[in-house]
Design a binder for this molecule. Structure first.
Ligand SMILES: [Zn+2]
Length: 70
């Protein structure tokens, strides 16, 4: 049941998505959660959402809550 993830820096082999997330997902620099969605890249700093980015002084980021059509 193992699988490979080909990413910049090499090929990683895992036997669960949980292990892959733990091994590869970046960590929000504000709240510390693993970023498993798109996240926010603010000049090389990673945040899980616009709220966390703003808490760290990034002012140009806004969430698109309400824009979803589902
Ligand atoms: Zn966060």
């Amino acid at each position: 049941m193992s699988f490979e993830i080909h990413a910049k820096g090499g090929v990683h082999t895992y036997d669960s998505f949980e292990c892959a997330i733990q091994g590869m997902a970046p960590t929000c620099e504000n709240c510390g959660v693993r970023i498993v969605g798109h996240g926010v890249d603010a000049g090389g700093h990673w945040y899980c959402c616009a709220h966390c980015a703003r808490r760290q002084g990034v002012s140009a980021i806004v969430d698109h809550v309400g824009a979803a059509t589902y």
